[in-house]
Design a protein around this ligand. Structure first.
Ligand SMILES: *Cc1c(COP(=O)(O)O)cnc(C)c1O
Length: 384
C-alpha cells in the first residue's frame, strides 16, 4: 500500500509479530497464550493486532485492562476468550454476560454482582481470582479467601473461579529474582489454601513477558505476555538475565515503525533561534526540516533538543522544543533532502535504526510508555 498521501503513519510488521508469537508459543509449550492487547495493543493499534492474532490457532485468549477495550476487541471481530485484567464498575457488570468476558475479580461486590447475574440468566460466568502476593496493587489476601469461597458457593452459575492469578512486582527491573520467588511461594501457599476450601482453578497464571521469558516455574497453565508480543524486552535486566542463562539471541523482533514526511525545508542564518522558548540557537547557517509530528502524537516533549530522527538513512537532530503537532530537525549535513521525504521516528532507515528503548532513554522513561502513548488516531498499515 502506498503511503504517498499520508504525512504520518505507523507500520506493523506482520512477520515480526508472528516471529514473536512463535517464540512465546514455543516457550509456552502447550500452555494457553493470553497476549495482552491493553493500551491499544501497546500503541500498535488494537483492531490491527486483533486481526493478526486471529490468524493464529495458538492464541486462546487476549487480555485487556478495561471493559471498553474488551468491547473494542469484540467489535474488531475477536470471538475467542477475553480476560479483563482491570476493574469493572459494579453497574456495568451486565456487559460481562453480553460480551462473554472473563473478569479477573478483586472485589466481593463485583463477585456478588456477577453471581446474581449468572444465576438470573442461568448462564455460567467464568471468573479469575487475583491473588495478592506482594505487589500490593490489585488482589485479594489469604485472609479473604474463605469469604470469596463462600460467595462462589452461594451462586451455582458462578460455581468456582476458572483461574487464579497474580502479578510480579520486581521481575523487570532487576537481575535478582528473590522477590519474585517470594511471590511464587505466597501464590502456591494461597492455591493450597484454596484447595482446602474446595476451589481448584483450572488455570493458574502469573507470567507477564519477563516472567515468561525467564522462568519456567511462573508459566503454570496460562501465560499473559504483553510487551514481548510486540518484539520488545521489558528491560535491559530482563535481556541480560535471559542471555546469562544461555538464551539465544534474536528471539524477538520489533513490530512497529513510525514514520512521517518533511512538509517544509528552510534555511536559517547563524544565531537564529528555533521554536518555542528560544531553547536552541544556531551557530552557523542551518538547513531545517519541518516535521508534522509533536507531543500530541506521542513524541514526548522531553525529547526536545535531545533526540534525532532518520532521513535518507542519516541522523537528523531535533532542534528546539517539540511542539504539540510539529517539530524541527537539522538537515544541514544530509545531502539531497527533498520535500515530503520520509522521516523515521522509530524503526529502520537504511543501516540506521531508532528503537523505542533509545527514545525511552532520551525521554527518561521506559519503552512501554513510548509505545503506549502513540496516538490511536495515527493511520496503521500492516506490512510484510
Ligand atoms: C500488563 C500486564 C501483563 C503483561 O505485561 P508485560 O510486561 O507487558 O508482558 C500481564 N499481566 C498483567 C496483570 C498485566 O497488567
Amino acid at each position: 500500500m502506498s503511503t504517498k498521501h499520508l504525512l504520518q503513519w505507523i507500520e506493523l510488521g506482520r512477520s515480526a509479530l508472528h516471529k514473536n508469537l512463535d517464540t512465546l508459543s514455543r516457550l509456552a509449550n502447550g500452555r494457553l497464550l493470553a497476549p495482552s492487547v491493553k493500551a491499544n495493543a501497546y500503541g500498535h493499534g488494537l483492531t490491527e493486532i486483533i486481526g493478526l492474532l486471529a490468524e493464529r490457532e495458538d492464541v486462546a485468549y487476549v487480555s485487556v485492562h478495561s471493559l471498553e477495550e474488551a468491547i473494542a476487541c469484540r467489535a474488531a471481530g475477536w470471538n475467542r476468550k477475553i480476560m479483563v485484567l482491570g476493574p469493572i464498575a459494579v453497574d456495568s457488570l451486565d456487559a460481562v454476560l453480553e460480551y462473554d468476558l472473563e473478569p479477573v475479580v478483586t472485589s466481593r461486590e463485583v463477585l456478588r454482582g456477577l453471581g446474581q447475574r449468572a444465576d438470573k440468566a442461568q448462564s455460567r460466568i467464568a471468573t479469575h481470582l487475583k491473588l495478592e502476593t506482594g505487589t500490593n496493587r490489585q488482589g485479594i489476601t489469604e485472609k479473604e479467601l474463605p469469604a470469596y469461597a463462600a460467595i462462589y458457593k452461594r451462586y451455582p452459575y458462578l460455581k468456582a473461579p476458572i483461574g487464579a492469578s497474580t502479578h510480579f512486582a520486581n521481575i523487570e527491573d532487576t537481575t535478582s529474582h528473590e522477590y519474585a520467588q517470594f511471590q511464587i511461594n505466597t501464590f502456591n501457599r494461597m492455591i493450597t489454601k484454596m484447595a482446602q476450601l474446595g476451589i481448584k482453578p483450572k488455570y493458574r497464571h502469573t507470567a507477564s513477558s519477563a516472567a515468561h521469558l525467564l522462568f519456567e516455574k511462573t508459566r503454570f497453565e496460562l501465560v499473559r505476555p504483553g510487551l514481548s508480543v510486540y518484539g520488545h524486552w521489558p528491560s535491559k535486566e530482563t535481556y541480560l538475565s535471559y542471555r546469562l542463562a544461555g538464551g539465544e539471541n534474536n528471539i524477538l523482533a520489533p513490530v512497529l515503525s513510525w514514520r512521517t514526511r518533511i512538509t517544509q525545508i528552510k534555511d536559517v542564518p547563524a544565531d537564529a533561534f528555533v521554536g518555542y522558548g528560544c531553547t536552541y540557537r544556531t551557530t552557523a547557517p542551518t538547513k531545517l526540516a519541518i516535521v508534522p509530528v509533536g507531543y500530541y502524537d506521542g513524541y514526548d516533549r522531553s525529547l526536545s533538543n535531545q533526540a534525532y530522527v532518520l532521513i535518507r538513512g542519516r541522523r537528523a537532530p531535533v532542534r528546539g522544543r517539540i511542539c504539540m503537532n510539529l517539530m524541527m530537525v537539522d538537515i544541514t549535513d544530509i545531502k539531497g533532502v527533498r520535500l515530503e521525504d520520509t522521516v523515521t521516528l522509530l524503526g529502520h532507515d537504511g543501516d540506521e535504526r531508532l528503537t523505542a528503548e533509545q527514545l525511552a532513554q532520551w525521554a527518561g522513561t521506559i519503552n512501554y510508555e513510548i509505545l503506549a502513548r502513540l496516538s490511536p488516531l495515527t493511520t496503521r498499515i500492516t506490512t510484510l
